[in-house]
Ligand binder design. Structure first.
Ligand SMILES: *[C@@H]1O[C@H](CO)[C@@H](O)[C@H](O)[C@H]1NC(C)=O
Ligand SMILES: *[C@@H]1O[C@H](CO)[C@@H](O)[C@H](O)[C@H]1NC(C)=O
Ligand SMILES: *[C@@H]1O[C@H](CO)[C@@H](O)[C@H](O)[C@H]1NC(C)=O
Length: 505
């Protein structure tokens, strides 16, 4: 048994290492094959409780999760935002432009962005990273390929989690933008005093659908119970099949809970489906000292309201994905950031499946995930209160300026082939000829893990000799090897992106 354990463990470890190496070669076919074997291992582990595979999987769950996240974090999830057409008069735009140019305020440099999932947060993360690099700020980052922390269902803690610079507690961070589950105590401790908090959420129905479709390869523990597809078919299911599964899951509330009960709270099959938004907001301790988790089945309404009130006190505002540009306008207004700071590359809408959940399925989803719906209602209200307190016309004018500036930068920097695409083809955005030495263009284009690695290397260099890795394994992890092996190119990229010369590579 012991030998089997060892063999399995080394097999898995080797697999993860190989996977991580291949990720850098960008060989899609190999990646997809490796991903399938990793998924099969995981499935085997989940389907045979108490087996060696099961134990190893539990142990390396976090690692596997990081690898999976890494595979997918390049994809942008903002395509489903609604475009609102504002009718902003020219005079207002002119006066707002003048106001922004002449206002007397200092831009906020200490910002904690609680990244949620399938909410357009990838674009926001890129905006934050760009701002941090341009302003030479310090980043709060996990020691993993995608920089995420507290990957499981639990809020971030000192005991469980690891980040760059954890061994130097007197050093405080200025920007936080990676995935983690909120824990005010830890965030207050690691970030600069007076750091401003914000986040983003989305309509819980479309969020659930988006999460189910996107993370289907991680939800095997759930859909394998439905009996609608083969265990091996972990991804690439047709939209029809995915909707069939969601309909089945949501057909009967009591049965849905039975399905959920068979899945461990740490499994992504639950994290990605059971209140997939509230889970990022950590936990809440009520007046009786009871700690509530997002996945507790019956959270009383008054507990939820008290929880939201507390979040409302901690956070400056919570953006609503359906009003994306208005939310960015709040950022400009509240943090005294410039229009250029929040300009972003619009991502082409993906082909819509044309399918929708039935009314009955939505009703049951509203019952199962009622805390997410309550969260959305609460922060939709505070969002509009904030907008109205500033003045709706003013916020719309700023939003319009953001849209215009974004289009302007895109025209200057990004190849027409991408900009003119009507969404029928999958085209990667690339820089135009002749702008490779333009740092603004480089920053505008760069997204995701490649940007994260640049900031990770920067932070390791920032701490210099004082830095000690807190990764658990005794031998160097693939992440730290990657940081070492690619240090010259990562430093070059940072220098270029921060506007100190060089060219986009
Ligand atoms: C960036 O900040 C560090 C301190 O955190 C400082 O030593 C360095 O000189 C700054 N670099 C630039 C280009 O401003
Ligand atoms: C969000 O707030 C707006 C403005 O008050 C309102 O029109 C809309 O119906 C709200 N949406 C939800 C889901 O509560
Ligand atoms: C999208 O663009 C392609 C190629 O340019 C074209 O063939 C197709 O008809 C367009 N589709 C729509 C819906 O406009």
């Amino acid at each position: 048994m012991k030998n089997l354990n060892k063999a399995l463990f080394f097999g898995l470890f080797a697999l993860i290492v190989v996977v991580e190496i291949f990720v850098h070669l960008h060989d899609q076919q190999t990646i997809s094959k490796l991903r399938t074997s990793l998924q099969e291992f995981r499935q085997l582990a989940e389907d045979t409780p108490n087996s060696a595979a099961h134990k190893i999987s539990e142990f390396s769950n976090q690692k596997i999760h990081q690898v999976f996240e890494f595979f997918n974090s390049d994809a942008d999830d903002s395509q489903q935002q609604t475009d609102v057409d504002y009718e902003v008069p020219m005079e207002l735009l002119a006066s707002e432009t003048q106001f922004l140019e002449t206002r007397q305020c200092e831009s906020e440099k200490n910002v904690f962005f609680l990244k949620t999932s399938k909410t357009g947060s990838q674009t926001l993360m890129a905006i934050m990273q760009r701002f941090g690099i341009q302003n030479n700020l310090t980043f709060f980052l996990g020691e993993s390929m995608n920089g995420a922390m507290s990957n499981l269902q639990m809020p971030i803690t000192y005991e469980r989690d690891c980040w760059i610079g954890k061994n130097i507690p007197e050093e405080k961070f200025q920007i936080s933008t990676q995935h983690l589950k909120y824990n005010k105590e830890v965030i207050d401790n690691v970030m600069e005093p007076g750091t401003k908090f914000f986040s983003i959420i989305r309509d819980p129905t479309t969020n659930f659908v988006s999460s189910y479709r996107y993370y289907q390869y991680l939800l095997g523990r759930l859909w394998s119970q439905f009996g609608l597809r083969e265990i091996g078919e972990t991804k690439g299911a047709s939209s029809e099949l995915l909707y069939k599964e969601m309909e089945h899951f949501l057909e009967d509330e009591k049965r849905a809970w039975r399905y959920l009960k068979n899945v461990s709270p740490a499994s992504f099959a639950r994290i990605g489906t059971l209140r997939p938004q509230l889970i990022f907001f950590g936990s809440f301790t009520d007046v009786n000292g009871k700690e509530w988790m997002s996945y507790d089945r019956d959270i009383p309404e008054e507990v939820l309201q008290a929880w939201f009130k507390k979040l409302d006190a901690d956070f400056e505002f919570v953006m609503i994905m359906e009003y994306y540009d208005l939310g960015l306008a709040l950022l400009v207004n509240e943090f005294c950031w410039s229009i250029e700071d929040v300009a972003y590359l619009k991502v082409n809408a993906q082909a819509h499946s044309g399918l929708e959940l039935s009314k009955k399925a939505v009703r049951n989803l509203e019952k199962i995930n009622y805390p997410d719906y309550a969260l959305y209602r609460y922060f939709n209200e505070t969002f509009w209160e904030k907008v109205d307190s500033i003045g709706r016309a003013k916020v719309e004018a700023i939003a319009e300026l953001i849209g215009t500036k974004s289009a302007e930068i895109a025209q200057r920097c990004i190849q027409d082939e991408y900009l003119n695409n009507n969404g029928t083809q999958k085209i990667k955005p690339r820089l135009k000829e002749g702008v490779y030495e333009d740092a603004e263009c480089g920053r505008f284009l760069m997204h995701g893990p490649s940007m994260t690695k640049v900031t990770q290397r920067y932070m390791i260099d920032h701490f210099g000799k004082k830095y000690k890795s807190c990764s658990r394994s005794a031998t160097p992890t693939t992440w730290s090897e990657n940081m070492e092996k690619n240090k010259e190119s990562l430093r070059y990229k940072y220098k270029f992106l921060s506007g100190h010369g060089g060219r986009f590579t």
